[in-house]
Ligand binder design. Sequence first.
Ligand code: ZN
Length: 107
Amino acid sequence: MGWASGDQVFAPVARKLVELGASAEVKRQVCSVLINALQDRGWDTEGESLGEFQDDPAIVAAFRERGVVATCGDQGGPPEADWCALEEGHEPDHADDLGHTWPRGPR
Ligand SMILES: [Zn+2]
């Protein structure tokens, strides 16, 4: 079960906050409340909206508060490892949901 329409509610509101020049605090708090309300209604494509607002630290913070983060996704781990499930820009090692870790940087 999923509900993708949350994006159609979230995006216009978030865009308007940005357009109006809302402070980081206002954006974070309003978006956090909105994300929570949409999640209660089954919103499960938050990652797509997060992607659209990835450049806005306050909105990214609101998503993080509600458990939605952009994941690193690195696939350079050991063969038995899944992709890295940590937040983008994490330090120091990559880690998947299965408990594997591998170093960052060129291999
Ligand atoms: Zn990683």
